[in-house]
Structures are given as structure tokens and as C-alpha cells.
Design a protein around this ligand. Structure first.
Ligand code: FAD
Length: 353
């Protein structure tokens, strides 16, 4: 069987790995000269968003044959709202390296492939490939194919500005900030590479590119940050709802399949899983649309939460952070196995009232 995969990001590479396990060697087409994001940063696999799974890295290994060595465990999150702050502790998730190095998540996935052919510097046209291959998995990280196929509905757009910053950091700790003055209804976060460098990211909802730098400057000013900046980048973040996820022999996976959740803009776990499900359905393991139902449900919940977040003002964020870091509540949120992601909607409603 001939299978083409468009995009050698996490979703495309997870798909290739699973196809190889079923004896199929796919052709991957990658626009860039090598795999991985153009800028290094540190991503988070947040445990709370994937309950009842207890350890995401272990789950990916056991159930999806995805072997990732994270940078480390996330043990502490400190949240800052304009007038409140608080910290939670526990097994909160994993920190993963993104970018083009061998120890990045894409570098690690790539290192496990044996039979897959990767064609770099090759911008693929999914309609052309659909005529030449039995299946085409679109894992391009963007909405273009789904739009052409008429399966894409915009959910929200943000502009993201990020930097590699130098300073002194706790390698197991993340910091998060919310303040409508510089993030609107987005947020900022800092995740460490190690003790001396970290990734600092500001996500601003509904802004144009030429406005993002003034929000970034305001963020630094308001939070009195004094890190040294080693590298600066910006990009657009678009989340959308996709249905259906398969049209004839074309399958949409990862961000291209709408698996970027709009609540916090996270998508790695769903990108990996949807890539694997795409491969399994091609290899005869059932219908793709049915296998991704749970992921799609999570996207629906996330988009409802996003709408609720978009209504919050700074005083609401103060209440939210105070609530999330109240003893007892934080135990419930972070140290149990309850699906808090689903319960969060009720909590946000309560805070807004
Ligand atoms: C700044 C930032 C921070 C993030 N942080 C987190 C986080 O902490 N946790 C989390 O879970 N998620 C996070 N995400 C989301 C996560 O990165 C995405 O959900 C994930 O990368 C999606 O994987 P993908 O394989 O679908 O797409 P991508 O990783 O974007 O890969 C797509 C690939 O396709 C290639 N491509 C595109 N078009 C073509 C074409 N026509 N022909 C050939 N190749 C093509 C691209 O060059 C790229 O290599 C973050 C995203 C951003 C932008």
C-alpha cells in the first residue's frame, strides 16, 4: 500500500512510526530542510488535561508506541493574576523540548523511524498526492487542506511572541501569568530548559501581528521581568473545529485535523494520538472518525472553556487564581484523578457570577 504523509511534525512522525509497525513504509513530504519547529522552546504535557491517564509519557509508550524522553517532570506551577498569586505542587506533567535538535520531541520520533522516506524541502499538494497514493495523511500543522475540503470552522486566533531567556530557573517549575492588560484573554508562561535558560511565551488573543510587540513590552514592564533575551520569535496560532476528518483517501491529523485545543493552545498529545489513529485506520484497524471521537470531545470541551475564558476580566482572574490555589481545592484539582478539565466549565461559571 502507498501512503503519503504531509508534514514531518509530531503528528506526521507518529503516523509514520505506527505505519512502520504495520509493515507500511510511508513517503513523508516536509516543507522545511529538516524536522522540528524553527525556534527552540519548552512545551508542557499537562496531566490535568488528559485524565484519567496518570502518566502521559508512560501512556504514549504503552498504548501508542511513542517513546519520548522528556526534559523532566513538572512539579510546580506558580500562577500570577494582577493582584493574586499562588503555587501548586505535585506530579503535574512533563516538560518537553521542541525545536530541531536530536533531543527535541521531533528529533526523538525521527530517530526511531527505519523504513520511512522523508523528502525535505518539498511543499506537497495534498490533492495531487491523493491521486498518486492510496492514502494521504495531512499532518501539515495548518488549516489549509481542511479549508479547501470545506471541513474547517475557525474557533479562535492568537498571536504568540516568545523568547529563549537566560537567568536562574528551577528546572521542574513553570510560571504562568494572566492579565488582560497585556494578554487580553490569553496568558504568558515560562518553562525551563535547564537551570540557566528558559522559554518565555506570551499568547495574546485576537490581535494583529503589528500589535504584538507592544503587548510583549507591556508584559515585561508590568511583571518587572529582567531576563536576558537570547532569541526572539513570533507566530500566529489558529484553532479550529474540523469535521469530517476523512474525505475519500485524505485523512486530517494533528493541528490540520483541528486537534489543537483552544483553551490553552495545547495540542501535542492529540497530535501524536491522531497520527497513530490515522495509521491504524489505514492499516485496517477501524474507522478514523470513530477512533478520534474522544479527542474530538476534548476539543469541544476546550472550546466551551475558551468561550468562558474570553468573558473574564482581571478581577475574575484574581478569583480564579485564588480559587485554584486554595488548599483543599488544589488537592482536588492537581492530586486526584478526577476529570477536572470537564468540571472546570462549572467552576468558571461560578467565578464569573
Ligand atoms: C509557541 C507554541 C507553544 C506550544 N506549546 C505547547 C505545549 O506546551 N503543549 C502542547 O501540548 N502543545 C503546544 N503547542 C501546540 C503544538 O505545538 C502543536 O499542537 C503540535 O506541534 C501539532 O503538531 P502537528 O504535527 O499537527 O503540526 P506541526 O508540529 O506544526 O508540524 C507540521 C509540519 O508540516 C510541515 N508542512 C506544512 N505544510 C506543508 C506542506 N504543504 N508540505 C510539506 N510539509 C508541510 C511543516 O513544515 C511542519 O514541519 C504549542 C504551539 C506553539 C506554536
Amino acid at each position: 500500500m502507498r501512503v503519503a504523509i504531509i508534514g514531518a511534525g509530531v503528528s506526521g512522525l507518529a503516523c509514520a512510526n505506527e505505519l512502520e509497525r504495520h509493515g507500511i513504509a510511508p513517503d513523508v513530504f516536509e516543507d522545511r530542510w529538516r524536522c522540528g519547529e524553527l525556534f527552540p522552546h519548552v512545551g508542557v504535557l499537562l496531566q490535568i488535561m488528559h485524565r484519567p491517564v496518570k502518566d502521559l509519557v508512560q501512556d504514549l509508550q504503552e498504548n501508542y508506541d511513542i517513546h519520548i524522553k522528556p526534559l523532566g517532570k513538572l512539579k510546580k506551577i506558580t500562577m500570577y493574576a494582577p493582584k493574586t498569586s499562588g503555587t501548586v505542587y505535585g506530579d503535574l506533567g512533563h516538560l518537553i523540548k521542541l525545536g530541531q535538535s536530536e533531543d527535541s520531541i521531533t528529533g526523538q520520533l525521527l530517530g526511531r523511524l527505519k523504513k520511512t522516506v522523508i523528502n525535505y524541502n518539498c511543499r506537497a499538494d495534498f490533492l495531487q498526492l491523493a491521486r498518486a497514493y492510496d492514502y494521504v495523511v495531512v499532518a501539515s500543522g495548518n488549516q489549509q487542506a481542511a479549508r479547501v475540503l470545506g471541513c474547517w470552522e475557525d474557533l479562535n486566533k492568537s498571536w504568540v511572541m516568545g523568547a529563549v531567556v537566560l537567568g536562574s530557573f528551577d528546572p521542574a517549575a513553570m510560571m504562568m501569568w494572566v492579565n488582560t492588560g497585556y494578554a487580553r484573554n490569553g496568558y504568558a508562561y515560562l518553562t525551563p530548559f535547564d537551570q540557566n535558560s528558559a522559554s518565555l511565551v506570551l499568547v495574546v488573543t485576537d490581535v494583529a501581528r503589528d500589535e504584538i510587540y507592544s503587548y510583549w513590552e507591556k508584559f515585561w514592564r508590568v511583571e518587572k521581568l529582567s531576563y536576558k533575551v537570547a532569541e526572539l520569535w513570533d507566530l500566529e496560532h489558529v484553532a479550529g473545529f474540523v469535521y469530517p476528518h476523512q474525505v475519500d483517501n485524505i485523512i486530517l491529523a494533528g493541528n490540520a485535523g483541528g486537534f489543537l485545543e483552544s483553551f490553552l493552545g495545547f495540542g501535542h498529545v492529540k497530535a501524536l494520538r491522531s497520527g497513530v489513529y490515522a495509521a491504524r485506520s489505514i492499516a485496517g484497524g477501524g474507522k478514523y472518525e470513530e477512533s478520534i471521537e474522544q479527542l474530538q470531545e476534548n476539543i469541544r470541551v476546550s472550546s466551551t472553556l475558551r468561550k468562558q475564558l474570553d468573558r473574564l476580566k482581571n478581577e475574575d482572574y484574581d478569583h480564579l487564581v485564588a480559587f485554584l490555589t486554595t488548599p483543599g481545592i488544589k488537592q482536588l484539582f492537581y492530586n486526584t484523578n478526577l476529570d477536572m478539565f470537564k468540571l472546570m466549565g462549572k467552576m468558571l461559571d461560578m467565578i464569573k457570577k
